[in-house]
Write a protein that binds this ligand. Structure first.
Ligand code: ADP
Length: 460
């Protein structure tokens, strides 16, 4: 059995496949998340290890690949034991440290080197935070790891990181696929704390976004991956390193050697529909709710939704952005609100796609995944707003599946990630843009682009 193990934020998911990519078994073990202060998010790294060991004990694995939540900081002492709980990707405590990093290195140089700006979720600002706020812990650090790499160390005794996950530390020279001596020195961090770096197939590991893209077959120039989960992602492959000059999209190493990827992230994608349901239709199923939107034409008679319920990352990088309905009339009912939400989320994804296009991504096709992809109406809306045909694939656990493909590549079952994807990833369905809707949405998108600047003038 080839096993992929995804160390997520709520659970470890393990998936076992055969050499044709058929899923043989799925296992899941969950663990708690702690928020000791507002905006903080921590987990006990040994909870991940216990969960992984439990899941693996029920599988007869010949080889294991890892994917996991990115950016989290596991700080280890001389005995390789965690010195404190891990600080996670969604922890918001490091605003001051992010400003310090951009000031020390200079924003343009930071973007040139790392492909990104300093975001609170990334790993480097967490280390600076520890240096200031927990100097006793900081003084005892001997090495640092990302979440899934800590699990690999404990389960298999292998200390390593892959280029894809290392890209999210802000300490990585993304163009040259190695630690950035310049950034490490500028931040006065000990370089010997960092683990040896490998290409993803060499070590069978990748951050969850790169693994998920691999899991839907996005291995090179061609299709983009569009994730319509609680948060949304548009992910495209680059055959050369290119950073967005303002870092509005992330640029990271891909899990495929010699390729990079650009990625836009929406904080509240299908999460917006979840919010609307909780607010106006508790107890109603997503299918029923979406059915109410079907009677409305594209554009919902002028109703627009701004999907910034949790602030926004791409393209606005604005934690204080907020959502809105604009253009309400007495004719609008609950179904119209739903339609506007489905469309507003699709417009947000289009914003990311346009930024990827600016970097040279030229897709003719998308691969759609995430809970929102279950709705035929939402699939058609997204396909029409992006003006791209969208395919769905057979296996829903993209990250764990991608990790399994890397495991099979490391152990020689597949020759490389592209071969693994070509042999295993199966297309289940295809949604074409509706030609009549594409025109309406071209106009709607132009209006949507004016929404964020207008709302910015109305801050509370
Ligand atoms: P996560 O990103 O948190 O792992 P999912 O990818 O499963 O979660 O996405 C969950 C979201 O998908 C829900 O909040 C809901 O908005 C959306 N969703 C789930 N089922 C449907 C459905 N049948 N129709 C439309 N949207 C759905």
């Amino acid at each position: 059995m080839i096993v992929g193990l995804d160390v997520g934020t709520t659970a470890v998911k393990a998936i076992a496949i055969d050499d044709a990519g058929e899923v043989l078994t799925r296992e899941e073990e969950s663990y708690p998340l702690s928020t000791p202060q507002p905006g903080w998010a921590e987990q006990d790294p040994d909870d991940w290890v216990r969960a992984a060991e439990k899941a693996l004990s029920r599988l007869d694995a010949t080889t294991v690949g890892f994917s996991g939540q990115m950016h989290g900081l596991v700080s280890l002492g001389a005995d390789d034991q965690p010195l404190r709980p891990a600080i996670l990707w969604n922890d918001q405590r490091t605003a001051a440290e992010c400003a310090e990093i951009e000031q020390r290195i200079g924003l343009p140089r930071l973007i040139e080197l790392t492909g990104n700006r300093a975001l609170t979720g990334f790993t480097a600002p967490k280390l600076l935070w520890l240096r200031t706020h927990e100097p006793d812990v900081y003084a005892r650090i001997r090495s640092v790891l990302l979440p899934k790499d800590y699990v690999r160390l404990k389960v298999f005794g292998e200390r390593a990181i892959d280029v894809a996950d290392a890209s999210g530390t802000l300490l990585f020279d993304v163009e040259h696929r190695r630690w950035s001596d310049e950034v490490v020195a500028a931040l006065e961090l000990p370089g010997e704390w960092l683990p040896p770096v490998y290409e993803s197939p060499e070590i069978a590991g990748a951050g969850d976004q790169a693994a998920a893209a691999l899991g839907v077959g996005v291995t090179g120039p061609g299709p983009v991956s569009v994730v319509l989960g609680t948060s949304g992602v548009v992910f495209g492959t680059l055959s050369e390193y290119r950073a967005d000059p303002e870092a509005r999209v992330h640029v990271f190493c891909h899990a495929v050697p010699a390729t990079w990827h650009a990625m836009g992230v929406m904080l509240s994608a299908a999460g917006s529909l979840q919010w609307l349901r909780d607010a106006v239709a508790p107890g109603v199923s997503f299918d029923e709710l979406v059915a109410e939107a079907e009677g409305w034409p594209p554009g919902a008679e002028g109703l627009l939704f701004a999907p910034y319920l949790a602030g926004e990352r791409t393209p606005h990088a604005d934690p204080d952005a907020r959502g809105a309905f604009v253009g309400l009339s007495v004719r609008h009912d609950r179904g119209a609100l739903v339609r506007a939400v489905l469309e507003g989320v699709a417009y947000g994804l289009r914003d990311s796609l346009e930024l990827l296009r600016d970097l040279g991504v030229q897709p003719e096709l998308g691969r759609l995944s995430g809970g929102g992809a279950r709705s035929a109406l939402w699939r058609t809306i997204v396909a029409s707003v992006l003006a791209l045909p969208l395919e769905t694939t057979a296996v829903e656990e993209g990250s764990a599946y991608g990790a399994a493909l890397l495991a099979g590549t490391r152990s020689g079952v597949f020759t490389d990630p592209a071969d693994a994807a070509a042999r295993c990833v199966r297309v289940r369905g295809r949604t074409n843009p509706d030609p009549g809707w594409v025109a309406a949405y071209t106009e709607g998108y132009a209006r949507f682009r004016r929404l964020y600047p207008a709302l910015s003038t109305l801050r509370a």
